[in-house]
Ligand binder design. Sequence first.
Ligand code: 13P
Length: 296
Amino acid sequence: MGARKKSAPAKRAAKSGKTATGTKPKAIVAPAAKPRAKAAPRAGKAKGLLPMVAGNWKMNGLLGSAKELKAMGAFKAKARLRCDVLICPPATLIAPLAKPAAAAGIALGGQDCHPEDKGAFTGDISAPMLKDAGATAVILGHSERRTLHGERDELVRAKAEAAYRAGLIAIICVGETQEERKTGWTLDVIERQLKGSLADAATAQNTLIAYEPVWAIGTGLTPTLDDISEVHAAIRKSLVQRFGEAAAAIRILYGGSVKPANAAEILKVPGVDGALVGGASLKASDLNEILNVYRS
Ligand code: 13P
């Protein structure tokens, strides 16, 4: 996979600060494209912690899904995996899956939480509730929440603070849209999301970052390996700038159309400390092939 080239309209658009269709990208603060060195420094793997493969089941799964989780656990034991495995099922399944997950050595996580611990918020779920049901982590700021529920960086940060209060690990998602990538704004967008969405209390123990390009989610498309490496290096640089050297241990996952067919090459990219997997995490037969990359 070679480096992606910008089209002529995209280059012109990047210069003028406008998109190829003439409108200014909404999410962008900086006024115009700025010169930037193409190759960002390559980040090493997060130090000290195991990589993580996390499955985001989204709004999929019923009680019968326990059999998939058990098959994942059986594989995990057999392959003696050198990675942490986390499954984030719908909130309704956390309590019923808690026992089989514990037996399988698989952690459970939520897919979202409210910034408040409790109160009159019909239909919402709080971080203490997730913890009480058996979760140890929660995905926050997923692009489906940002897009479909209008979640902004400040809200994601407040949710992360709620997660920490409850003793949950926060997996903070960031990622650019296709238009932002085409017009050269990817690293700026990611930087803005990191600055706004990460709470000051973030550490390698309570936080992971998931780089999920919006255009790669559920589409079968993935960035080039060089592009993934570049973004992960930029995320690492930003984390270390804000949180100091200890942030070298914060795990940075890649997510977006990770499949059995591409997992090995993506997970070996410098700076990639694991994956956040959507569709391919629903079936043990698929996820186990991905986990196989980390077998002993
Ligand atoms: P897919 O793996 O289905 O593209 O989904 C990625 C994702 O959104 C994980 O959070």
